[in-house]
Design a protein around this ligand. Structure first.
Ligand code: FES
Ligand code: FE2
Length: 432
């Protein structure tokens, strides 16, 4: 491939030839073994941030496959990295990360090195005839770009700056040197590493799993540049996706941005809404629960488009709203039971209280309306039947041994109930 072709920016709208990658690169143990011998011991890898090893005695273990590197800030302030392995019999030296490390002591037989990697102590040294200069820890190359610490296990490897070229120059506008590392989060993903990396190098999946971003991110025009070893993808925030097929108003784009990124810019995290309760569609209004810690029940008018606007919200109820179980609408009344067992009835048109009563138990399952009765099923196994209406009338109670998490269903004249252990078919009383 010529350099000219490699440096051609490719916008999402230009047609490029798709490349088929053999499945074996993701699944073959032989290919994985080759990566472990030919790639990871020889390439620069981002290990942590400078903030994680800022002070003398700060240390961080970086792992890739079976390879492990110990990065440590010495008493002299110098950042060093070593293979995280004991020179005596190969035990692992440190695991995880920490501060105030005074020496590197192997847990197996307590051979000990200074933070500069020089051997310092060998129990029963005379038996071994070992001098402190004989067995320094095996050094690993370490260098930084802005706040990022990179390591390379290959002592012959090219300098980090050569490896990264032209990325630092192309990213100079971002002033990465001003970034600080607040947290380092490791998550084990159940996939080949390339699958994950690829997900972070395209915006094609935004219309799939990040649909909430379509109001605030242009996922189609994401210019990519591919250099010989590295690449760049630009994703524009603050523009609506062309997939929406209409220009976005600034207010809509901003509202969508807050919805997606609110927590990161200090705005209340509206994305943290409950997703488990099913909305209920009435004759004129739609009812849904929202919010995690303090759930609310909202009644909204159907219609409109874009981001839900307050003018469409007819009423909100904040008292005894369940986070998990849904509401049930019968005629013009809504029935619900909160997580702690307080059942309530609400006027569906106005949101006004009709009645409220503790029926006991904890609730995840939604109430069910069947054959003229409303049934509530608790996690402890209690079933309560009431007659719909503006007066609370309990018409039956019973228990099934294991409790209910799943919402019940109705079929002909039978309730289909799933407890934590069994599936039941319960015939409803005849003549109802
Ligand atoms: S293996 Fe480390 S001291 Fe023996
Ligand atoms: Fe994503």
């Amino acid at each position: 491939m010529s350099d000219a072709l490699l440096e051609t920016p490719v916008s999402g709208r230009e047609r490029v030839t798709a490349v088929k990658i053999p499945v074996s690169r993701y699944t073959s143990p032989e290919f994985f073994a080759r990566e472990m011998t030919d790639v990871w011991p020889k390439t620069w890898q981002l290990a942590c941030t400078v903030d994680h090893v800022a002070n003398p005695g700060d240390w961080h273990e970086y792992r890739v496959g079976h390879l492990s590197v110990l990065i440590v800030r010495g008493d002299d302030g110098v950042l060093r990295a070593f293979q995280n392995v004991c020179l005596h019999r190969g035990s692992e030296l440190c695991s995880g990360s920490g501060t105030e490390l005074a020496e590197i002591r192997c847990p197996f037989h307590r051979w000990t090195w200074g933070l500069d990697g020089r051997l310092r102590e060998v129990p029963s040294r005379r038996e071994f005839g070992v001098l402190n200069d004989d067995y320094p820890l095996i050094g690993v190359q370490v260098d930084t770009w802005g706040p990022m610490v990179f390591v390379n296990l290959d002592p012959e490897a090219e300098p980090l700056a050569d490896f990264l070229d032209p990325v630092p120059a192309e990213a100079a506008w971002a002033h990465l040197e001003e970034f600080r590392g607040q947290a380092l989060i490791s998550v084990r993903a159940d996939c080949n590493w390339k699958t994950l990396i690829e997900g972070f190098s395209e915006t094609y999946h935004v219309q799939g799993i990040h649909r909430e971003m379509l109001g605030m991110a242009d996922d189609v025009n994401g210019p990519q540049v591919i250099w010989p070893r590295h690449g760049r993808l630009v994703q524009s925030y603050g523009l609506p996706s062309p997939r929406q097929g209409r220009p976005g108003r600034d207010e809509d784009v901003f509202a969508s941005f807050v919805e997606v990124m609110g927590a990161r810019i200090g705005v209340e995290d509206r994305a943290a809404h409950s997703g488990s309760a099913t909305p209920v569609v009435g004759k004129e209004l739609i009812y849904f629960q929202t919010g995690h810690g303090k759930p609310e029940l909202w009644a909204v008018k159907p219609g409109g488009h874009g981001v839900l606007d307050d003018s469409l919200v007819v009423w909100k109820v904040k008292k005894n709203v369940p986070t998990r179980s849904s509401t049930v609408l019968v005629d013009d009344l809504l029935y619900m039971v909160d997580d702690g067992g307080i059942a309530s009835c609400i006027d569906a048109k106005t949101g006004a209280d009709v009645w409220r009563k503790r029926i006991g138990g904890n609730y995840s399952a939604a109430p069910l309306f069947a054959d003229g009765r409303i049934y509530f099923f608790s996690e402890e196994g209690k079933a309560t039947a009431i007659a719909p209406g503006r007066e609370l009338k309990v018409v039956g109670e019973g228990t099934l041994e294991a409790g209910f998490m799943a919402s019940p269903a109705v079929s002909d004249h039978a309730l289909i109930l799933r407890t934590k252990t069994h599936l039941y078919r319960v015939e409803l009383p005849k003549g109802k």
